[in-house]
Design a protein around this ligand. Structure first.
Ligand SMILES: [Mg+2]
Length: 96
């Protein structure tokens, strides 16, 4: 499955489960932040559980994909475009 198709499926499944019934795009972005915080918590846990950390990283991407689909953004093409932009950056963004 291509990322573009997966993005649509992730959104459609989330919508079917009611995630987007009341959630705004800003609310969706806050969910992304919440998932980042969950990943940080998992990583910082003194009994770090790599399985849980792995799933939280996945949650970050899945929620981001859902927001992208909600806003009709093709995340795959956006990521490739931004990756190419990032490749042109100076070493350490020109900082010493
Ligand atoms: Mg999570």
């Amino acid at each position: 499955m291509k990322l573009r198709e997966f993005q649509k499926k992730v959104y459609d499944d989330a919508k079917e489960k009611g995630l987007w019934d009341t959630l705004t795009v800003i609310g969706g972005l806050h969910r992304v932040l919440a998932e980042v915080n969950e990943a940080i918590d998992e990583y910082e846990d003194e009994d770090r559980n790599w399985y849980n950390f792995r799933l939280e990283l996945a949650d970050i991407v899945l929620m981001t994909m859902s927001v992208a689909e909600r806003t009709s953004i093709n995340l795959e093409s956006a990521m490739i475009e931004k990756y190419k932009i990032n490749l042109k950056r100076e070493y350490r963004h020109g900082k010493r």
